[in-house]
Ligand binder design. Structure first.
Ligand code: SF4
Ligand code: SF4
Ligand code: FES
Length: 259
């Protein structure tokens, strides 16, 4: 696959809303009082609950009485904290999704995976090079990739994860950065990978290398940093620091947005 042109202005992509596949039914359900809405039965870590059919998995877990202490962050499909796996009755597949953007469905049987162990290399950005030798040194397991594409199928961001791992193998940092740009670091690809690769951390290394050594220098940014060092914005900064919450909120929402 050919990588799209990199853009320094690209906003992070929020995970799309997902609908689970429809299927049959099961038994042993905890009857939570309902209020005339439409309900489906789902199974959370083995226990059945009736929950509103319009709920996300995260909403349903809380509706069922669980308090989510880990495995929730932005609740909007940006942070990757709410990785979830589920199965549907009569279906052999393991499905993956984000609890905050995946809707419940009748018979869904799920568990959240709030954290999973992941190898993350330690390196000094000033002493490494933006080439394949660095990948070989810190993530040699990428060369064990068997090109099964399971990682891409597991990705809630619908990223071509296998393609960015292939880019890492070629030492193509621009493609690695670009294809993995919208990665939320949810880890769902890593738990499915037969080669035990932690794709998101390989992507992080690629993004860092691209940003430090290969990305075109931003003259505007350097100019702005010089201005800040000279104290050009000190007065404005002090004003912001003492502003009321409502005034800050108005400033934030009225600001010029990048298209
Ligand atoms: S690439 Fe992996 S870690 Fe990143 S969003 Fe997709 S599944 Fe999650
Ligand atoms: S799941 Fe692992 S082995 Fe399979 S294509 Fe993705 S990186 Fe390669
Ligand atoms: S809570 Fe942030 S992506 Fe779900």
């Amino acid at each position: 696959m050919t990588a799209k042109k990199a853009s320094t202005k690209r906003p992070a992509k929020k995970a799309p809303k997902k609908t689970a596949p429809k299927v049959k039914k099961q038994a042993e359900v905890c009857e939570i009082p309902t209020h005339g809405e439409n309900f489906v039965t789902i199974y959370i870590m083995g226990s059945g609950y009736k929950v509103p059919e319009e709920a996300t998995i995260m909403g349903a877990i809380e509706y069922a009485g669980y308090q989510i202490k880990r495995g929730a962050g932005c609740r909007e499909g940006y942070c990757g904290a709410c990785a979830t796996i589920y199965r549907m009755p009569g279906d052999y597949k393991i499905y993956t999704g984000l609890a905050c953007t995946t809707m419940v469905a009748e018979g869904m049987w799920l568990t959240q995976i709030p954290a999973h162990p992941a190898h993350k290399a330690i390196y000094d950005m000033d002493r490494i090079t933006a080439d394949v030798a660095t990948i070989q040194k810190f993530y040699p397991e990428v060369f064990r990739c068997v090109a099964c594409n399971t990682c891409s199928k597991a990705c809630p961001q619908e990223l071509e994860v296998m393609d960015y791992i292939q880019a890492a193998k070629r030492g193509d940092m621009e493609a690695l950065m670009d294809i993995s740009f919208d990665c939320l670091a949810c880890g769902l690809c890593a738990i499915r990978c037969p080669a035990e690769i932690v794709q998101m951390n390989v992507a992080l290394l690629g993004k860092r290398l691209y940003g430090k050594y290969l990305a075109p220098k931003s003259e505007h940014l350097e100019k702005r940093i010089r201005e800040m060092k000279r104290g050009k914005y000190d007065r404005e900064y002090k004003k912001l620091m003492t502003a009321e919450k409502e005034a800050l909120s108005k400033l934030y929402y009225d600001r010029d947005m990048e298209s």
